[in-house]
Design a protein around this ligand. Structure first.
Ligand code: 5RP
Length: 292
């Protein structure tokens, strides 16, 4: 048997990790408030989430599709389980009457104009996350990056602050431009993030061995969307990710840069929550596209 197969076997990807008394992997021993916030972000019936990521402006400014979040994103709110955004957008654009769980971007620093993006700091006090009634906070972790240690410590400080008030932290695997994006790298990055206390991890899908990434991460993994793909490819990627153990998605460009964002988020929702097959979900997208 080839070495790669033997390695895959050690992850027992087909044997789910036990989570007695709570529906989310690795979360059963957390406190009530933290669990309650997780249960608003992840659907307790499916154990998954469709989080809509619109935080890009924190380093990219008005990205295509996010020029007017009031016009392009607010109409999508009813179709997602949670919104991932900055506190600036939350306060300035999102109605406080919204019942939607908000996960807030909590790191920042270098803009897209800089070559090295790992030079981030914590960019929001946990006090403000509490004030804003956040369901979670998200922070970039640059494993292998130039400022690796700082970004890891940013996350652990945020985790400590989150534990004090019951706000979960989503650690995001940020991959340097020149790094290899493979299962070996993402296993390493996701596991470090979980071991150091993040309550869930956002990471990219890889074609080979993604199930070993989710299996070796003791807390839920949500799939990051990445650059815009044709809709069928994006739906296939989301389908494969959840079938291979992801607890849903945190997708941005593949939804809001679609020709029909409302149709696309509905199709992603069907893939994530109903295990709809990619071709069927694409048909759903096409049939809803006329009502964009
Ligand atoms: C990068 C991030 C983002 O800023 C954003 O959420 C990315 O979303 P997408 O790649 O789906 O457009 O977290 O890691």
């Amino acid at each position: 048997m080839p070495e790669a197969d033997k390695e895959g076997e050690r992850y027992s990807a087909d044997v789910p990790q036990q989570s007695p008394g709570f529906f989310l992997k690795g979360s059963h021993q957390l406190d009530w408030g933290m669990k309650n916030r997780l249960a608003s972000t992840f659907n307790p019936e499916t154990g998954r989430t469709v989080m809509l990521a619109v935080d890009h402006g924190y380093f990219q400014g008005p990205t295509t599709g996010l020029e007017r979040i009031d016009l392009s994103i607010l109409p999508l709110l009813p179709s997602c389980d949670a919104l991932f955004c900055t506190r600036g957008i939350l306060r300035s654009v999102v109605p406080a009457s919204s019942q939607k769980p908000m996960v807030l971007r909590a790191s920042g620093g270098p803009s897209i104009l800089r070559e090295e993006l790992s030079d981030e700091q914590i960019a929001m006090d946990m006090d403000d996350a509490v004030r804003l009634n956040a369901s979670g906070v998200g922070i970039q972790v640059f494993i292998g990056g130039e400022h690796e240690t700082r970004s890891v410590h940013n996350m652990t400080k945020l985790v400590d602050a989150g534990l004090r008030v019951g706000i979960p932290v989503m650690g995001i695997t940020a991959v340097g431009k020149t790094m290899v994006r493979d299962a070996k790298y993402f296993r390493l990055a996701c596991r470090i993030i979980a071991e150091l206390g993040a309550q869930y991890v956002k990471t990219y899908y890889v074609e080979e061995g993604f199930e070993t990434v989710t299996a070796s991460c003791p807390v839920p993994v949500v799939m990051a969307g990445g650059k815009k793909l044709p809709e069928l490819e994006a739906l296939t990627m989301a389908y494969n990710a959840v079938q291979q153990g992801a607890a849903g998605v945190d997708m941005g460009r593949n939804i809001f840069q679609s020709d029909a964002p409302k149709a696309m988020i509905a199709a992603v929702g069907a893939v994530v929550h109903q295990n709809m097959k990619p071709n069927e979900a694409f048909d759903l997208y096409r049939s809803l596209r006329t009502n964009k």
